[in-house]
Unconditional design. Structure first.
Length: 388
């Protein structure tokens, strides 16, 4: 058996959710533009534009140079495509570096490198022929080991004869080195490792035949989440396949002293709400392309488009409300609102089939989300102009 499988059950389960009733009504603004929120937004924008964005570009450039040295042309092509086509994911991950009070270079490098590793393995499992579920779970084991510097490293796909010239190992070693540099890393380890291991749900998403997908995911959710949650089973699976809770926990690890209650509250703000929302928004804006390619899309588990819009709006409201309620919640709200606005600024979200639903979801995201929408739309237009 793949070592990743044998360790899947070995970690202690995180505490059961302690849900807070903080949404007083659908009409309430989950992220109002108060003076404190505007200061947090200005501070986040200043840090991102003057520090985070330039360093993220440098990190991506360095990993691109490293990917060019991959000896296998096929593996090299996958790595370069992931870096180029999914660079927006890396910028989104790097945005979590605005949450701590002070700048942290190890955190920023960890966020960007972990996302590069995530996107490479995701692209590999999506495109490489002949991979079994066991193969995919072993590959995704690198994501668990990247944030577990105490366990021995494995050759994650030596059995698959995919020569990468040490590319995955370099990514994992960089992540582990950055983890050791975070002063509060040990305080987040129990929950962090469990979350990282649950990324194995991606093996089901990419390898199970469509006719058996629902049954396989339901069985996985029943095994991994035996408690009672405020979301549907497929929303739990969607949340497990995202990495936002991991990034929020890593941001907390920049602090020397962080209470267990704060760690648990942060985890339950991001899981399931932010994680499920990220996956559902991704499926929402890509649903027609996914259907054309025959790819798995979590949005299709909703019974009708109207239900999908209503439930994604509910996830948006809860995500912004929960994150805003945290300590330094204004900074968390900036990250959550920017995520929603980034997805809804896509051309597909503004096109006729989805524009009405997009406006409803944006409304649920509150004033901050709606304020960021035109800004990120202009950012997308600017990026397209530079690329052309």
């Amino acid at each position: 058996m793949c070592p990743a499988l044998s360790r899947f059950k070995s970690r202690r389960e995180p505490p059961a959710p302690r849900h807070k009733t903080i949404v007083r009504g659908v009409g309430d603004d989950p992220a109002p533009l108060t003076h404190r929120q505007l200061r947090a937004l200005l501070g986040a924008a200043t840090r991102e534009l003057s520090w985070g964005l330039p360093l993220t570009v440098l990190e991506l450039r360095g990993w691109r140079h490293r990917a060019l040295r991959i000896p296998s042309s096929a593996v090299r092509e996958v790595a370069l495509h992931a870096l180029d086509d999914k660079r927006g994911n890396t910028h989104g991950a790097a945005l979590f570096s605005v949450i701590p009070r002070r700048r942290s270079r190890p955190l920023l490098r960890l966020l960007t490198t972990y996302q590069v590793l995530w996107d490479f393995l995701d692209s590999l499992t999506e495109t490489w022929p002949g991979l079994t579920p066991e193969d995919m779970l072993c590959l995704h084991g690198a994501l668990s080991e990247a944030v577990d510097p105490d366990v021995p490293m494995r050759a994650h796909y030596a059995r698959l004869a995919l020569p990468d010239g040490g590319y995955v190992r370099a990514l994992v070693e960089t992540c582990r080195s950055c983890c050791r540099a975070l002063p509060g890393f040990r305080t987040i380890v129990p929950i962090l490792h469990t979350e990282a291991q649950r990324i194995g749900v991606q093996a089901i998403n990419h390898s199970v035949e469509p006719a058996h997908m629902t049954q396989a995911l339901q069985a996985w959710v029943t095994r991994e989440y035996p408690g009672t949650y405020e979301v549907a089973w497929f929303e739990l699976a969607a949340a497990a396949g995202a990495n936002l809770a991991i990034y929020a926990l890593l941001a907390l690890a920049t602090e020397t002293h962080c209470s267990p209650d704060r760690i648990i509250d942060t985890y339950h703000a991001y899981f399931p709400w932010a994680g499920a929302l990220a996956t559902m928004l991704d499926g929402f804006v890509d649903q027609f392309d996914d259907a054309h390619r025959g790819e798995h899309c979590y949005v299709t588990y909703y019974k009708a488009p109207a239900e999908a819009t209503a439930q994604i709006s509910r996830l948006t409201l809860r995500c912004l409300s929960e994150t805003h309620s945290l300590e330094h919640g204004e900074r968390h709200a900036v990250v959550a609102a920017a995520m929603v606005a980034m997805y809804l600024s896509r051309d597909s979200a503004r096109a006729i089939p989805l524009n009405t639903a997009s406006r409803q979801i944006a409304q649920a995201g509150g004033s901050l989300t709606r304020a960021l929408l035109p800004v990120l739309r202009l950012w997308r237009i600017s990026n397209k102009s530079r690329a052309s």
